[in-house]
Write a protein that binds this ligand. Structure first.
Ligand code: PHE
Length: 354
């Protein structure tokens, strides 16, 4: 853990061991140039507390990029609850409430929301202990970021398809969705409604089967995800599925999905570029939930306005793809430059003497 923290580019880490649930709580605060840290809370079984902390750190960094990209005055942060096994009922509620108290003790330095392994219902439990939580309830209803994230990914896929095939028409395009959870499911429906041919894969075979029959798609076995021919591969589950082993096997033209940290290392973007596969930078295409949550919380915009803003990711990604093509580089570079411009402008405003 010492090495991890020493090597990290972020600002701070909060760590607590929760004896009652035998769980580790980590809150990683990456960059607060734009504002207080906000980001989802992931609950998962990890191989070690170090793995959990590493995940929190990488995810927090992704949030810094995400907020800068969508233009919100928020900083990059993320939390991880590393549980010994899947927790349910009173045990789960207890852990979430104690986590809520930890968040509250930070007095707004970090605000949370749902992420992989947590739900809007979990956020409602956390909300009993702190106000610094999003996506719990909206006038008594739960505000689920999943469908908003899916909308952004759908818009991003259209941009990628246009850049690659000359038109954003999705009819007949094949999209392989890896992970039909909170984002993958609404994404499959949107794509199906646009005429795309859907291939589905999920670690839970039953879930994959149910989704495939709903949209008239096909199930792809987990071990075949990376070598199945398709137009678009949409990673919508865990991160790092793009790595030195999978990239050479890919038989898609486009990678565009909702997972955070899709690349195992930033250099993987170069590998994709060398293979002629268009990569939609994860923190740009998956920012729909992050766009919706703060706006829903403020309650100033209508549902239609929020959806319009997210549909605008199509334009943003088209620009990123064109800029990258003009510079003969991966879209990740174009996206990263945008992030750096936003952060640098704010640094100059806030600390002009530096
Ligand atoms: N966890 C999701 C994401 O990474 C949604 C979310 C965004 C949750 C922002 C909290 C804050 O985009």
């Amino acid at each position: 853990m010492q090495k991890l923290i020493e090597a990290w580019s972020g600002e701070a880490v909060v760590a607590r061991y929760d004896r009652a649930a035998q769980a580790w709580m980590f809150i990683a605060i990456h960059d607060t140039t734009l504002g207080a840290a906000m980001g989802g809370c992931r609950m998962k079984v990890y191989g070690s507390p170090e793995d959990a902390l590493r995940d929190a750190m990488r995810l927090a960094e992704g949030m810094t990029c995400k907020w800068a990209t969508v233009g919100f005055d928020l900083g990059g942060g993320k939390s991880v609850l590393a549980v010994p096994r899947r927790l349910e009922g009173a045990e789960r509620e207890g852990l979430l409430r104690r986590f809520g108290r930890l968040i509250d003790s930070l007095r707004g330095a970090y605000a949370c929301g749902p992420d992989l392994g947590t739900t809007p219902e979990d956020m409602a439990v956390i909300a009993q202990e702190t106000a610094h939580v999003h996506g719990g309830t909206r006038q008594g209803e739960t505000a689920d970021p999943g469908p908003y994230t899916a909308l952004g990914v759908w818009a991003g896929i259209r941009a990628a398809v246009r850049h690659t095939f000359g038109s954003n028409e999705l009819t007949g395009r094949s999209v392989l969705i890896e992970g039909v959870g909170d984002v993958g499911r609404p994404l499959a429906r949107l794509l199906h409604d646009s005429g795309a041919r859907i291939l589905v894969s999920d670690i839970e075979a039953e879930r994959a089967g149910a989704m495939a029959s709903e949209v008239g798609g096909e199930v792809v076995a987990a071990q075949d995800v990376y070598n199945t021919p398709c137009d678009v591969y949409a990673p919508c589950a865990v991160g790092a599925t793009l790595n030195a082993e999978t990239i050479p096997a890919l038989r898609c033209r486009i990678v565009a999905g909702s997972a955070n940290n899709q690349l195992s290392r930033p250099e993987d973007a170069e590998q994709l570029y060398a293979r002629g596969i268009l990569y939609a930078p994860d923190y740009v295409i998956n920012a729909g939930g992050a766009t919706a949550l703060p706006l829903l919380g403020r309650g100033e915009q209508t549902e239609a306005q929020i959806r319009d803003r997210i549909a605008g990711f199509e334009r943003a990604l088209e620009e990123i793809f064109s800029e990258a093509a003009a510079g003969n580089e991966s879209p990740l570079h174009a996206a990263a430059r945008r992030v750096e411009r936003v952060l640098e402008a704010r640094r100059r405003e806030r600390w002009p003497e530096r």
